[in-house]
Write a protein that binds this ligand. Structure first.
Ligand SMILES: *[C@@H]1O[C@H](CO)[C@@H](O)[C@H](O)[C@H]1NC(C)=O
Ligand SMILES: *[C@@H]1O[C@H](CO)[C@@H](O)[C@H](O)[C@H]1NC(C)=O
Ligand SMILES: *[C@@H]1O[C@H](CO)[C@@H](O)[C@H](O)[C@H]1NC(C)=O
Ligand SMILES: *[C@@H]1O[C@H](CO)[C@@H](O)[C@H](O)[C@H]1NC(C)=O
Length: 498
């Protein structure tokens, strides 16, 4: 919706043009400031109009005009997406991506329109917020943060960037925070450490990692797309991109983590007296004449030798034993395939060093759904890698809200709120769930009711035996669906026996 220039004038000028010029007197203004100075701020000679209106504009004047122009948007000026006129209780996903002038109508062909001000791109990306299903009710804290809205801090000389999400962006995300980082070819995330544990998923490209622990055991490994690393709190590490450059995701076990608040080798050197540094290393202060006097953080580097053995520095304590390795080559694990998608789990059972991180990488085919579930011991931090999805958070006692996600978004669901993830697009949804738990686990609503005596379920839901017979006794994680998002019958018969 675009305002005509006449409408803009009307909006900005109000009715002031019809009224006498502002009176300088303002006898009711009290205090130390001279009111005539406040009301008569000098304007440049090419300015027009007035900074403030007159007291004659105060309320109750019966001659004040009102607008007679309709703000209702006529039906020929907008399009409805499939599902918008269907029964509100069905709560279909409304795809506003391509419709003309999307409107927040649900359950009819007319309804409340939105004359603006507005930015329709937000509404197209968040139709479940703009046109919520009628089941959404009450107050639920925000569950979505797009990294695309995070400040993107750039490193030195084009070496990369990083953007973060913590409780400043998503107040409910108290247990975990995230950072999305890019390193240009050969660039470093400088040698550093932090108070929190750092769990990472490589999103693209490859890096070399190096680290040492308290015992003087060392670690060096190369990681590629789909692999994971973990550095425990306080353990120093470096990350260097190979020729390909790279992008990765970091998850921290503290919602207040800030990427701006890590301990850096460059700062360690700058924040101690030069004589102390020379004494510490038993050298001359001259040794550090060329050491940069600035924070490095993300900065360009020389190519790492491709032969990792050349980077294998060990002391008497040797390498960190493989059971305690800081890396896990998750990309090489084949996921468990289930009808409608796949799931693979990485938790301390196979990656012990990350003792509180339990993650699942899940794919959901178009129309399919990560089934309704909740987690018993941990909030869920999620990251969307590909596709689009919606999620409803149900929170006790009687609230729910639905959010829409696309690649690069973060989701957050506090424990033990129930949720599902429905693929709302036409490509495979790929996303990551991260818990602070010693084991990846959930309660499946399907399995719960499948393992509850039939008489009990029947008394609650008033459903028939035929339905009860279909309830699974095993967990499926993902349930198949129908790429037609307006489908309402998902029984095997409706699927042609599938
Ligand atoms: C990795 O980056 C390349 C180059 O931009 C891009 O074509 C590819 O889609 C990216 N891979 C993923 C998994 O995003
Ligand atoms: C690194 O050196 C240690 C011995 O100090 C050896 O056991 C290990 O295999 C070496 N690793 C690589 C990747 O060369
Ligand atoms: C890698 O480096 C190690 C140690 O320098 C060396 O023994 C080995 O032959 C090298 N491997 C290759 C493939 O060059
Ligand atoms: C997939 O969905 C997008 C967005 O709704 C649409 O623009 C595109 O044409 C669809 N692609 C296919 C192959 O259906």
């Amino acid at each position: 919706m675009r305002y005509s220039s006449a409408a803009v004038l009307h909006l900005l000028a109000g009715q002031a043009y019809a009224l006498p010029a502002p009176a300088p007197q303002a006898s009711h203004v009290s205090g130390p400031v001279d009111p005539s100075q406040v009301l008569n701020l000098p304007l440049s000679s090419d300015a027009s109009g007035s900074l403030r209106g007159s007291e004659a504009l105060l309320g109750y004047n019966p001659s004040n005009p009102i607008s007679t122009e309709s703000t209702v948007i006529p039906p020929d000026e907008f399009e409805l997406a499939p599902g918008q006129s269907d029964d509100r209780e069905l709560g279909f996903y409304i795809d506003l991506t391509n419709v003309k002038n999307p409107q927040p109508i649900r359950g009819g062909t007319t309804g409340p329109t939105d004359p603006g001000p507005r930015t329709p791109a937000y509404d197209r990306l968040n139709s479940d917020v703009y046109v919520p299903p009628s089941s959404d009710m009450g107050e639920v804290s925000n569950a979505k943060w797009p990294f695309g809205l995070s400040h993107n801090r750039h490193g030195l000389a084009g070496a990369g960037w990083a953007r973060s999400q913590n409780t400043d962006q998503l107040p409910s995300s108290v247990a975990m925070a995230g950072t999305n980082m890019r390193l240009s070819p050969h660039a470093y995330r400088e040698l550093h450490w932090h108070k929190q544990g750092e769990w990472a998923l490589m999103l693209n490209g490859s890096v070399r990692l190096s680290s040492i622990n308290e015992a003087g055991q060392t670690f060096v490994d190369d990681i590629t797309e789909g692999d994971v690393w973990f550095f425990p709190p306080g353990i120093p590490h470096s990350i260097q991109a190979f020729e390909s450059g790279c992008e990765f995701l970091l998850v921290f076990n503290d919602g207040s983590f800030s990427e701006e608040n890590t301990f850096l080798l460059s700062e360690l050197m700058m924040r101690n007296p030069e004589s102390v540094i020379a004494k510490n290393f038993r050298t001359s202060v001259k040794t550090f004449d060329n050491t940069p006097k600035e924070q490095l953080w993300i900065f360009p580097g020389t190519p790492a030798p491709t032969n990792i053995s050349e980077q294998n520095v060990t002391g008497p304590a040797g390498m960190i034993p493989v059971e305690g390795s800081y890396s896990y080559h998750w990309s090489q694990q084949q996921p468990a395939k289930v009808p409608g998608g796949s799931i693979k789990i990485l938790d301390p059972a196979t990656f012990p060093i990350a003792s509180t991180f339990s993650a699942a990488l899940i794919t959901v085919e178009p129309g399919a759904m990560r089934e309704m579930h909740w987690h018993t011991t941990s909030d869920e931090w999620s990251y969307f890698i590909q596709g689009s999805a919606r999620l409803t958070v149900y929170e006790a006692p009687a609230a729910s809200r639905t959010f829409d996600f696309t690649a690069g978004d973060v989701g957050y669901v506090p424990v033990p709120n129930a949720h599902y993830l429905e693929n709302t697009g036409n490509e495979t949804l790929i996303y990551l769930e991260v818990l602070q738990a010693t084991q990846y686990s959930d309660i499946s609503v399907n399995q719960w009711l499948g393992l509850t005596p039939k008489q009990i379920v029947k008394d609650h839901l008033k459903v028939d035996d035929a339905f009860l017979d279909t309830l699974p006794k095993e967990k499926s994680f993902v349930v198949p669906g129908n790429p037609d998002l307006m489908a309402t019958d998902f029984t095997p018969a409706a699927h042609g026996g599938a």
